[in-house]
Write a protein of this length. Structure first.
Length: 479
């Protein structure tokens, strides 16, 4: 699309077309009202938009897309705006319309026999979890942003989170989708079948597409029976290697029960205590490495607490665990998870961050952390390095901060140099430069180097086939 200003994009004719369609409360034109939709959660990107449109149904989304397609106006779909890659932020030149799904927030159906939930894209993840829990089911997707992130955003980023080790990413939970295509047609693929081999699996194209192929308006998600026995432990361990050893030990004794296995370095936990002073460590001594391990079972008589105590006892005997505290009540369990879930906010309060959400084979996580730390410390001697992540699925968040007291702006200029240094180590292990946060605009420049050739060419052909005019979230994912 050519560079066009906000004023030239939304003329009065377009304004009235959009307002007639979705009503006054469905449109925001005033820059004061649209500002919150133009900045990403990390405050890395400051965009501009001539309009934020908030439809209330798939039919309204389709009409907006047709209106935009006729005028070749680009659309940026936006859910909860918690994405880490700037994917939901419009460009700075001000010609892209933001389409917010937030008014589409109904749970359409929950079936306890099929173990499925059919819901609008704008339902917050936490609302969906609560609705499932009310019917004795679980939607096993959990992450720090769940109060704000929406189902459409979670699907469009193929989000992972804490339970991937057992249930997989969002992709594994999507049985059906309803999508508005870039030409304004609605594809109703809201089937809730466990088996359906009828040609190409279209729904998986839209999972993780970050709004570049169409707008997800509803989904059918798989649920699982609600666990009635849960055991959670917070442990200190002597090293990242010991954290991996503990994972292997837990898996050997309780392969079907691990539902979360999180590694965290001591410094990141210190940050939570610093920025959330009410948070308390359940352990008497600070450590350089910690693990949060959770077992769960649908049966109330699974005896998981005893089983976890037993495996931790074995781990202590062999020096793999230094100390451990088990949650004794659901309040203690929530407090321990809160500690983990406050990581992102604590980092934001501390300083600017250069985040590397990367993945390597599970067996290589300690070696990756050691080598990436060494490479960064050598090239950027003053920075602070903190690593944590979903170790059970090989996803490490390898984050860098400026030295205490150093300026954020100067530090952020190092972003490509630092990310490229970390990624050189990721490549040694045949890992991925983006594990669960996607590509957005921040990492689009990496696609040529990592996925160039047949893979990127095929992605571009799919994009062109569906989005002939290039109006769906341009500038994101594909360089
Ligand atoms: C505190 C915190 C913790 C987090 N923890 C995790 C974590 O553990 N695991 C993880 O994977 N992520 C995590 N994230 C990142 C983020 O929450 C996820 O990426 C989430 O899936 C984004 O959902 P959203 O609704 O906010 O999407 P948005 O940020 O609004 O959008 C993300 C992308 O999806 C597109 N999009 C949004 N809705 C639609 C739609 N309906 N149709 C088509 N495209 C759409 C947007 O255009 C954009 O490209 C965290 C973020 C925060 C702030």
């Amino acid at each position: 699309m050519s560079e066009r200003t906000a004023a030239s994009v939304v003329n009065s004719e377009l304004r009235s077309a959009l307002t007639n369609l979705v009503g006054e409360k469905g449109c925001l034109f005033d820059p004061q009202d649209t500002a919150a939709y133009c900045e990403d959660w990390r405050q890395l990107y400051q965009g501009q938009t001539p309009a934020v449109v908030r439809p209330a149904s798939a039919a309204e989304v389709a009409s907006i897309v047709r209106i935009c397609a006729e005028r070749r106006i680009a659309i940026v779909p936006q859910g909860g705006n918690t994405g880490m890659m700037g994917g939901a932020t419009p460009s700075a030149e001000g010609s892209q319309i933001v389409l917010s799904l937030s008014r589409m927030n109904k749970i359409r159906e929950l079936d306890v026999v099929d173990l499925t939930m059919t819901l609008d894209a704008g339902v917050a993840l936490k609302t969906a979890q609560e609705a499932a829990a009310a019917e004795n089911c679980t939607l096993p997707l959990s992450m720090g942003s769940e109060g704000t992130a929406q189902i459409g955003g979670v699907i469009s980023t193929n989000a992972g989170g804490n339970n991937t080790v057992r249930y997989g990413n969002a992709r594994e939970m999507v049985l059906g989708l309803e999508v508005v295509l870039p030409d304004g047609r609605i594809w109703n693929g809201l089937r809730r079948l466990r088996k359906d081999n009828t040609g190409y699996c279209l729904r998986q194209l839209f999972v993780g597409a970050e709004g570049t192929l169409g707008i997800v308006t509803a989904a059918v998600l798989k649920l699982v029976p609600r666990p009635h026995d849960v055991a959670l432990a917070f442990c200190s361990v002597p090293s990242a290697q010991a954290a991996l050893d503990l994972f292997v030990l837990c898996r050997r004794y309780h392969p079907g029960s691990i539902q979360a296995f999180e590694y965290m370095c001591g410094e990141i936990v210190d940050l939570v205590f610093k920025h959330f002073p009410d948070t308390r460590s359940p352990l008497s001594q600070r450590a350089d490495h910690y693990v949060l391990v959770e077992l769960a079972d649908a049966s109330p008589d699974a005896g998981l607490r005893e089983k976890l105590e037993d495996v931790l006892g074995k781990a202590m005997d062999s020096g793999v665990v230094l100390d451990a505290a088990l949650a004794g009540s659901s309040a203690e369990r929530l407090a321990l998870w809160q500690l983990r879930e406050n990581f992102s906010e604590a980092q934001k309060r501390e300083a600017a961050i250069i985040k590397n959400d990367v993945s390597v084979p599970v067996s290589k996580t300690p070696a990756f952390i050691a080598q990436a730390t060494q490479a960064c410390a050598r090239k950027f001697p003053d920075i602070r390095i903190m690593a944590y992540g979903h170790l059970g699925d090989g996803n490490i968040h390898f984050h860098l901060f400026p030295a205490v007291g150093a300026g954020n702006a100067e530090f952020l200029k190092l972003d490509h140099a630092i990310m490229d240094t970390v990624n050189e180590v990721v490549r040694r292990f045949d890992g991925s430069f983006s594990a669960e946060h996607g590509v957005g605009q921040l990492k689009a420049y990496m696609m040529e180097k990592w996925r160039g050739g047949v893979e990127l060419d095929t992605m571009r052909r799919i994009k062109t086939a569906l989005d002939t005019m290039g109006i769906m979230n341009p500038g994101k994912v594909l360089p």
